[in-house]
Design a protein around this ligand. Sequence first.
Ligand code: GLU
Length: 471
Amino acid sequence: MPPEDSFFQQVNLNFDRAAQFTDYPPGLLEQVKICNSVCHMTFPLERDDGEIEVIHAWRAEHSHHKQPTKGGVRYSTLVNEDEVIALAALMTYKCTIVDVPFGGAKGGVQIDTKNYSTAELERITRRYTYELIQKNFIGPGIDVPAPDYGTGEREMAWIADTYKSFTPDKLEGLACVTGKPMELGGIQGRTAATGRGVYFGIREACGFSEDMKVLGLTPGLEGKSVVIQGFGNVGYHSAKFLEEGGAVIVGLADMTGAIYNPKGLGVEEVFEHRTEKDSLLDFPGATNLPSLTDILEQECDILIPAALENQITGENASRIKAKIIAEAANGPTTPEGDEILRAKGVWVIPDVYLNAGGVTISYFEWLKNLSHVRFGQLERRFEENRDRNLLKAMEDVSGQQFSKTERDRLAHGATEEDLVEAALEETMVTAYDEIRRESKALGEAADLRTAAMVLAIHKIAGSYIQLGIFP
Ligand code: GLU
């Protein structure tokens, strides 16, 4: 087996496969595919013991066909320029597929967070933000970071605070980053958003009885066995929502180990077990597996890679038993792995669609920061009062009374959480249906990934054509 390509080359192989279904001129396709700007920064970190260490960091802005550009910041020793560019490209396609009006970007700092104190991580994050400001790689209308692997609300708060301190007169300054804590301009539901989006996407895919029949599965989520590689924010929330939706989580894995029980694990119990023992291993009733990748080959209906890229490859794809692969991570399947899965008839729900829940809710957070008003703030009480008046009129006409529970359920103004959740569901359902329709229209050769990429190419190429840049 030849060595697999670099991550960006792999993304471009998927692009080229989809481009064959379009007839745009080669130059236009090259412009859609290329990464517009990438910045490699190095800066000194003073460690707590006084030693100086050089830190390597990047930010790539893949496409400016829409602005600002948008994408997470990852802290990992595996971060490098190729990875950041590839992930930025995936962000471009992802935003386009779910109609979120951003170009794609991604950032990364090449560190293992476990080796640094909180104070050191804060210094790294603030200095990284300062470098981004100096290079014009951050701003509400320029490029807007967000959490990714190894970062979360805390880092986003440091980024927002640093940006604000350099631009104190910028009224919309908080919109320079998303995934912030609620107290600092965050939005309800952002933390759970990617996992919730994964759930909506899988639920929609499993809802088509003719597709499930081809796979030998019954329609719906009820009773479907699910294995998840990754039990961080995305893996945990995907597991939680799928379990609540009737699926049975039979396998879980993270850096601390992998466990499997065909009878089901119980997501909250596993979460508590890991918190207590600092490891997934030795969970009561489950079998410990030798490694993180062994989890991929376990018996299940749905396999969800929710960790890092390059997990399902030419080497292990033939041993995968799942009928559906739902890509919650970015780039978990290499093109060689993908080809084998296609030949086996496995239904792959692609990353460029399935993990778009995070950026979708980031978009609402950005809008909230720009408008300085919480979603639902203007209309919630008005809607509730109107509904109550309506119920009262119905009671007067019918002579019957609604119970308090009925009244509370029927007369309910939408909160920010309600609106954001409904908007996420709408986004994920609509996009899935569009991708599925496209794949049917393209015929047998087009899997869901190819169909999603074809849609992305049409939308991005279309915007260049509208700009008059290409005939
Ligand atoms: N890191 C997330 C992703 O890969 C979030 C991006 C965002 O919210 O901008 O989609």
